[in-house]
Design a protein around this ligand. Structure first.
Ligand code: RFL
Ligand code: PHB
Length: 445
């Protein structure tokens, strides 16, 4: 085994800081306790790999932070396999379809029928986070909340370090590898030297105003509405709570949106000629979220590996952000397992390349859903294209199938297989036949 179990090293005075510095060591230092960081720690624990998670917010804050809600089939399967799916299986709402609503009519996309039996599950991201924290603490895993001044050092060496402050103490954490799971605004991505990565991005001329309403959902499935007043989304969090979104301008002032205006706009965009009417309830929470597409390439530098929002962002229309974060750490956990188990680094070296194939597929799907469903200011040509595309998606089995297979989620990764193996007779490394790309949909093979 490479690396050693987490342990405290002697306290040594730090040359540039007045406080004594506590030195510690672990195999994988994880920055960020979102879905990516917490699930990575869980998967590593199942492979007997030690890690320490550092989170700059409080436990209470991250357990209450309302974000994503739609889990792909593969995400659900992985959470269950990781032993954190008990509550998800009890409380998650399994959905077999979504509705696209435009031109005054609703059109159901039967996700399960079109994807060969898969479904999605509505279960709040904060519930996933709560389940993972509980499991981490039950396994006596190290999870440090409210850390400050996190900085990364020597990431190009085989002994990278994380410096941070916790409870008034300066701590230096030696690691074999660092996982940057600290979201879009974290410190890990900026620790990579300029020139060692490329950024690909796109901004959109709108944002989402999202609310949580204390009101039982009156529809069983999500509604994505394309409307001349702008996009709207009907979603839910539980049998008691509805989640709703409205397309607004990127610099929208929440103060300009009293409850009556929010409901009025939701009624106008979501009901549009249907017999169903939206039920109002007390608004528990509201916020405006900007929309962007962003990818950093490569997702690794030396012994630093970026995962989740630290490496890529998608606009929320395709419900892909958390699912991508989870797919990344699945790939990373497999590569680290190989690295610590046999000393082989080929899967780790291929980490970014392995993830990016799936990342770009989700980037495309999210961009496509966003472009099809939102109102672009003063672009009559775009509106004609959108109507044509919507009409095609709801009337062509091929187009609907493509939406469905992307929405329920494509396979987690290519087959993870080392490029070489040890020949037992000669004890020499011999190359394996080249890794076969797994087709996204094996039906067409
Ligand atoms: P997170 O969840 O942002 O977690 C990063 C963690 O790192 C901490 N952190 C630091 N810790 C230590 N030191 C530092 N210097 C640090 N800087 C930051 C942060 O406090 C935080 O705890 O990233 P992660 O784990 O990569 O997970 C990504 C997802 O959170 C994100 O992609 C999704 O929420 C996106 N998203 C959706 N994804 C879906 O899959 N399905 C959905 O339905 C969906 N809907 C959404 C969404 C995101 C939304 N918003 C608010 C952006 C709907 C919305 C409105
Ligand atoms: C949500 O419930 O928050 C949600 C659902 C579907 C999306 C985005 C967000 O596409």
């Amino acid at each position: 085994m490479i690396g050693s179990a987490y342990r405290a090293l002697p306290i040594v005075p730090h040359p540039t800081l007045s406080l004594p510095m506590i030195s510690k060591r672990t195999q994988v230092g994880i920055v960020g306790a979102g879905p990516a960081g917490l699930l990575l720690a869980r998967l590593l624990h199942r492979h007997s790999i030690e890690s320490v998670i550092l989170e700059n917010r409080s436990r209470d804050y991250i357990e209450q932070r309302v974000r994503a809600g739609v889990l792909e089939q593969g995400t659900v399967d992985l959470l269950i396999a990781a032993g954190v799916g008990e509550r998800l299986q009890k409380e998650g709402l399994v959905h077999h379809g979504i509705e696209l609503r435009f031109g005054g009519a609703g059109h159901r996309i039967d996700l399960t029928r079109l994807s060969g039996g898969k479904s999605i599950t509505v279960y709040g991201q904060q519930e996933v986070v709560k389940d993972l924290i509980k499991a981490r603490l039950a396994a006596c895993g190290e999870l440090v909340f409210e850390v400050e001044s996190v900085t990364l050092h020597d990431i190009e060496s085989s002994a990278p370090r994380i410096l941070f402050r916790s409870n008034g103490e300066e701590v230096e954490l030696y690691c074999d590898a660092i996982a940057g799971c600290d979201g879009f605004h974290g410190v890990c991505r900026p620790s990579i030297p300029a020139g060692a990565f490329s950024i690909f991005e796109r901004a959109y001329p709108f944002a989402w105003l999202g609310i949580l309403a204390q009101d039982p959902p009156t529809r069983d499935e999500l509604i994505y509405a394309y409307h001349e007043r702008g996009f709207a989304l009907y979603s839910m969090r539980s049998p008691q709570v509805t989640r709703l979104y409205l397309q607004v301008t990127p610099d929208e002032d929440l103060a300009a949106w009293p409850d009556e205006r929010i409901w009025q706009e939701l009624h106008a965009r979501l009901e549009a000629d249907s017999a169903w009417s939206l039920r109002e309830g007390p608004i528990l929470e509201r916020g405006v979220t900007g929309m962007r597409s962003f990818v950093v390439e490569p997702m690794q530098h030396g012994r630093l590996f970026l995962a989740g929002d630290a490496a890529h962002i998608v606009p929320p229309t395709g419900a892909k952000g958390m699912n991508l974060a989870i797919a990344d750490v699945f790939v990373l956990s497999q590569a680290l397992r190989e690295f610590f188990g046999s000393g082989r680094a080929d899967l780790l070296d291929a980490y970014s390349q392995t993830c990016l194939r799936r990342v770009w597929r989700a980037e495309h799907f999210s961009w496509w859903m966003t472009s099809m469903l939102h109102r672009f200011p003063e672009d009559a040509f775009q509106q004609k294209l959108q109507r044509s595309q919507l009409d095609y998606v709801v009337s062509s089995r091929a187009a609907a199938t493509s939406l469905a297979e992307n929405y329920v989620g494509l396979p987690l990764a290519r087959r993870l297989q080392p490029a070489e193996e040890i020949d037992e007779a000669t004890t020499q490394l011999r190359p394996l036949p080249s890794i076969k790309e797994v087709l996204w949909n094996s039906d067409i093979a």
